[in-house]
Design a protein around this ligand. Structure first.
Ligand code: 0RQ
Length: 502
């Protein structure tokens, strides 16, 4: 502990988690570190869970992205969370959101920092931040994620630090903390290469704001990635062939362009697909680094990886965190405001790969709402990347729930990524390159190449009738019928027309 707490004047702030948890009061807006189960505070939230068993209080919680079970399961299920933003992934809080018990503000992850600066999020009473160390000169060294912690630390009235001594000391130096000036006084973000360091190794804070320091040894909750299956493997192969054709066309080289890939099993499998390929010297400029990225670094395929968090399986945690020195010159963690910044994404020319729940025949993508109403996880960074990337790719299996659901529908029941933000779609059936195509050209490709055979005819039937009904309009739809597939699903548990009454 002594080595990790460089700023000695703070030694008298070390308290138990219970003591620290008492500082939080009913109605507080509380910011927390953490991004996709990495680098989140754990012991103070668990002390809040204990407190909530004997006392009724509610707080608003804003973070980088989804947190581990301490907050997004236990605290949510204890009824402590009034409002939550900007991203979740735990079924515990998902159920609370969908039952109306928790208000949820699902937002682009790059936008939060500006909302904090403008006071839309806030006033933030406390930031609870996990740290690997507090340096002599008062820098808070984050752990396995940076997320929104820098801007939270600047605007929070008070800070509670969870000094987690189970994280390796070699995390010190991995972070690159750059905080843009307020809008109006801002210079261009000097990130001209994903490998370039532009900031400090830690978060500068006013030590007077630190009201408590709690020592923790709780590891991050490991990621829950399902290994690749035959279909995700097929999607990976389709995508690799697409990159090959882009190289042939002279638009890419075999280094490609910096890669971003979303969370989830499909995104991970797609990246895994690079392992046995001819692509080399790849750069990852993403928000989350999943297992696949470390495997690709080990295989010599990825030469550098930048993100805002590291979310890996338990097995890989041991390997990576026990050997972090090996990755030190190949790895950097930045604030999500920078990793997801439109200016940076556009300048670097990213290839972004994210997952859709469903998409429609014209290329609009729903990534968040099951049948338009129930929240899955949230938009996360997928919108930041898709809109600003050089190449915005969406992947999804063509069907869900054993074939009852077609992931390709006449009209999406909720839009996260409009047709304008979607360049390429990949399913296990094939690929639709939508760039430069008009809506009716897109529809033909999506139905023909990407839809599941069980739904193809039904999609063509809808489309052909829509063309006729609208007199061949720009984007043909039969409005009375556009969402009938979802209605059919709700009534008959299938989108297949045979059993439909609509
Ligand atoms: O549910 O396991 O109960 O059957 O959705 O689907 O196919 O396992 O895919 O794990 O890759 O997640 C979009 C949710 C995909 C995720 C989403 C059901 C399906 C299954 C999961 P079951 P899969 P994945 C980086 C960027 C938005 C945020 C984002 C996501 C479950 O990728 O949240 O990209 N993305 N952020 O059965 C009803 C459909 C369905 C469906 C699938 N059409 N209708 N259910 N499912 N399609 C991360 C951050 O920004 C932090």
């Amino acid at each position: 502990v002594e080595k990790r707490l460089g700023l000695k004047q703070l030694t008298n702030k070390v308290v138990s988690a219970e003591e620290a948890a008492k500082l939080i009061t009913d109605g507080d807006v509380v910011a927390m570190s953490g991004f996709t189960r990495a680098g989140d505070a754990k012991v103070v939230p668990m002390a809040l869970v204990e407190r909530a068993k004997n006392e009724k209080f509610k707080i608003d919680i804003y973070t980088g992205a989804s947190l581990g079970p301490e907050v997004d399961k236990y605290l949510a299920e204890e009824g402590v969370i009034r409002k939550r933003g900007p991203f979740i992934a735990d079924p515990g809080i998902r159920n609370k959101i969908n039952s109306g018990d928790v208000l949820y503000v699902d937002a682009h992850l790059s936008h939060n920092a500006e909302l904090v600066r403008q006071g839309i999020i806030g006033p933030i009473k406390y930031l609870i931040v996990e740290a690997a160390a507090i340096t002599e000169d008062g820098l808070i060294i984050p752990t396995t994620s940076v997320g929104n912690s820098p801007v939270f630390a600047e605007y929070a009235e008070n800070i509670i630090v969870e000094l987690n001594i189970s994280h390796p000391e070699s995390l010190i130096g991995i972070h690159d903390i750059y905080v843009p000036a307020p809008q109006g006084q801002r210079e261009p973000i000097p990130m001209t290469d994903a490998k370039k360091r532009i900031g400090e190794i830690g978060i500068k804070v006013d030590p007077a704001k630190i009201k408590a320091i709690v020592i923790s040894e709780e590891p991050d909750a490991p990621s829950l990635i399902v290994p690749p299956d035959e279909e995700t493997q097929t999607m990976a192969n389709i995508l690799l062939d697409f990159f090959r054709s882009e190289i042939k066309a002279g638009r890419l080289t075999n280094k490609l362009m910096p890669l971003q890939s979303g969370v989830g099993s499909v995104a991970n499998a797609v990246l895994d697909g690079f392992a046995d390929s001819e692509f080399e010297d790849l750069v990852v400029a993403s928000e989350v680094l999943q297992d696949a990225v470390f495997n690709l670094i080990d295989a010599g395929k990825v030469s550098f990886a930048a993100a805002t968090s590291i979310t890996i399986s338990e097995e890989l945690q041991k390997k990576v965190y026990g050997n972090l020195e090996k990755y030190a010159d190949k790895l950097v963690l930045r604030p999500q405001e920078i990793s997801n910044h439109p200016e940076v994404i556009r300048r670097l020319g990213l290839i972004s790969i994210n997952t859709a729940l469903e998409l429609d025949i014209y290329g609009n993508v729903n990534s968040t709402h099951v049948s338009g109403t129930k929240m899955m996880n949230g938009i996360g960074g997928s919108g930041d990347f898709a809109r600003n990337a050089r190449l915005g790719i969406f992947v999804t299996k063509s069907y869900a729930k054993g074939g009852a659901i077609s992931s390709i529908v006449p009209m999406v029941s909720h839009v996260d990524h409009t047709e304008h933000d979607v360049d390429v779609i990949v399913t296990e059936q094939g690929i639709a390159d939508l760039r430069g195509l008009a809506p009716k050209e897109r529809a033909a490709l999506i139905i023909e190449n990407c839809a599941h055979p069980d739904f193809k005819e039904q999609l063509w039937d809808y489309y052909n009738r829509a063309v006729e009904a609208t007199g061949n309009a720009q984007t043909p739809h039969i409005l009375e019928e556009a969402l009938s597939w979802h209605v059919n699903l709700a009534k008959n548990k299938t989108m297949k027309k045979e059993t439909s009454n609509v």
